[in-house]
Design a protein around this ligand. Structure first.
Ligand code: NAP
Length: 413
């Protein structure tokens, strides 16, 4: 691709993980890009922020501050993106990759700690392994600021470095990683056949189809959305799901954090430590679910308070948040509050919508027995699996267990 033909400009902030992901992807592809920091305290920073507002308005019809905003000019065609996936960029830039083979012993969907650990085990045993990842290698671990509880890293390790290390290790054993590519479905050998009648499975992505003996689903999960009247209109404006991405907008401001689990407590500490003046954590039940250690840390930190029995029932405001309507679940009293913004951490939703014919629980998590799903030859590991503990190190362990179960399956099929 010639640089005269292609111009890429990325507008964002240094602390924004999606901005880092986009720049990393462009860097890996050796695409020269312009970087415009919206935090720069001068006229250039102001212009960059204005570009972000304008681009959001052009795409969403409202003045949001979602970043990165990306401008691509290729062969005279200009296209604007907000928070584009790597695949969207690859597609427009003509960089969408193709895998080398059409058959693999195992196709692994998802390149987080679970998928990549399984890939290392299987490739090291001599099996042909393809890992398909729709966004960034490393999964949730990649967007984590710092992994502090993964054994082997006495000083902790950044999510990005961790992901890079595991990727290199997998590639050393010959694992092929197809990224960015989204799997559309996992099907049978023939449209009218059942899985039981087929000796192989068909994995279909946006651009290719593969056959394989075994499939490992290691697609992880995403933050669950808060759905109350008024929440749609304010998404990305005053309601946020990523503290590292959007915390900057709340420097010295007052925010509400919704949720009582580890994520809500951990992210509240981060938001209070780096940006917010005051954080109120709203827990809908009698008491939080967060670990005692995190609860103690929050108790010890001034500027964070926890309200139990407090359920958000409505959000008021169209272009910006005017009030949060909260119901006290014991007294039934409903009151309006006026924080500057809301961060939501109300649990996880598994990335399993593309799977058909595989048993899932009511939330969409894959039910398994010894890592195998209800379909012979389709396995699951990590955060998308029912019963998983949602820890990077546990996901890696599940990846290893799945690889051993797959090895057994392959030797008998
Ligand atoms: P979680 O543990 O499932 O907790 C979700 C919280 O959100 C609960 O307090 C739940 O309340 C509340 N909630 C659910 N729906 C709600 C709604 N509509 N409105 C208000 N509140 C709602 O989720 P998580 O904190 O995202 O953690 C997910 C997993 O990752 C957990 O296994 C967690 O241990 C793990 N994790 C670990 C760490 C760490 O080890 N450092 C850090 C982050 C996450 P109820 O209790 O009333 O249901």
């Amino acid at each position: 691709m010639s640089e005269e033909q292609t111009i890429v400009n990325v507008y964002g902030a240094n602390w924004c993980s999606d901005c880092r992901r986009t720049k990393k992807y462009l860097g890996e592809q050796r695409i020269h890009y312009g970087w415009f920091d919206i935090e720069k305290p001068d006229v250039e920073g102001e212009k960059a922020l204005q570009f972000v507002y304008d681009t959001n308005e052009a795409i969403f019809g409202t003045k949001k501050r979602k970043i990165p905003a990306v401008e691509v000019i290729k062969d005279g065609e200009r296209k604007l993106f907000v928070e584009p996936s790597n695949f969207e960029l690859a597609d427009f830039l003509g960089l969408a990759k193709r895998a080398k083979k059409s058959f693999y012993h195992t196709v692994i969907i998802g390149a987080g700690p679970a998928g990549l650990t399984a890939a290392i085990y299987l490739a090291r045993d001599g099996y042909d392994v393809l890992v398909i990842e729709q966004s960034t290698v490393g999964g949730q671990a990649f967007i984590t600021n710092r992994l502090d509880n993964f054994p082997g890293f006495p000083e902790g390790i950044t999510g990005a470095n961790f992901a890079e290390n595991v990727k290199k290790q997998a590639e050393r054993f010959g694992v092929e990683i197809l990224s960015p590519q989204k799997v559309l479905n996992v099907g049978t050998c023939h449209p009218n056949a059942s899985f039981d009648e087929c000796q192989y499975k068909v994995v279909k992505t946006e651009s290719q189809e593969f056959t394989c003996s075994a499939v490992l689903v290691a697609t992880g999960s995403n933050y669950r959305q808060l759905v109350v009247p008024g929440s749609d209109a304010l998404l990305g404006v005053s309601i946020h799901y990523c503290a590292t991405c959007d915390g900057f907008f709340y420097k010295n401001r007052k925010i509400f954090v919704i949720g009582g689990g580890n994520s809500a407590f951990e992210e509240s500490l981060f938001l209070k430590g780096k940006f917010a003046d005051h954080v109120t954590i709203l827990v809908r039940g009698n008491e939080p679910r967060a670990s005692p250690v995190l609860q103690e840390k929050v108790r010890d930190r001034s500027g964070i308070e926890v309200w139990a029995n407090s359920k958000v029932v409505e959000l008021l405001g169209e272009d910006s948040l005017e009030a949060v309507r909260v119901k006290h679940t014991e007294t039934g009293e409903v009151k309006d509050y006026h924080p500057d913004g809301i961060f939501v951490f109300v649990g996880l939703s598994p990335n399993t919508k593309f799977l058909k014919g595989v048993n899932l629980d009511s939330q969409g998590f894959i039910t398994t027995s010894q890592q195998q799903s209800s379909v012979q030859g389709i396995f699951a590991a990590g955060d998308c699996r029912f019963g998983s503990v949602k820890q990077a190190v546990a996901a890696a362990g599940e990846g290893a267990a799945a690889a051993i179960a797959i090895r057994e399956y392959l030797s008998n099929s």
